[in-house]
Design a protein. Structure first.
Length: 103
């Protein structure tokens, strides 16, 4: 597991409810971190709980819950040499033309 993925899991583990969230402007694109969160969701470390649209604030927030598998991974000690792993590319989900998300 890369340091970027582990940092997201540990951030969720530090939350009293075991939640991690990511926010974007209503008319904007998701931050690059969404790619990492989706990888954790696909590997069953996180599970999406809700998508909250806040028109008054002009934002959309996706909330993810830490799964038991994710909690175990967050509690593990880092293995030697994992800091040398390259970070995953985080701009794969956006398109320059129109700044709209791909999916």
């Amino acid at each position: 597991m890369t340091p970027d993925l582990l940092a997201i899991l540990r951030r969720a583990a530090a939350d009293p409810e075991g939640l991690a969230s990511i926010t974007r402007p209503r008319q904007g694109v998701w931050p690059g971190e969404l790619h990492l969160i989706r990888l954790l969701e696909e590997s069953e470390h996180l599970m999406r709980v809700r998508l909250r649209d806040s028109p008054a604030e002009g934002t959309v927030t996706a909330v993810y819950a830490l799964t038991p598998k994710g909690r175990r991974a967050a509690a593990e000690e880092p293995k030697p040499g994992t800091d040398a792993e390259p970070a995953l590319p985080i701009r794969l989900r956006t398109v320059r033309a129109g700044n709209r998300p791909l999916a």
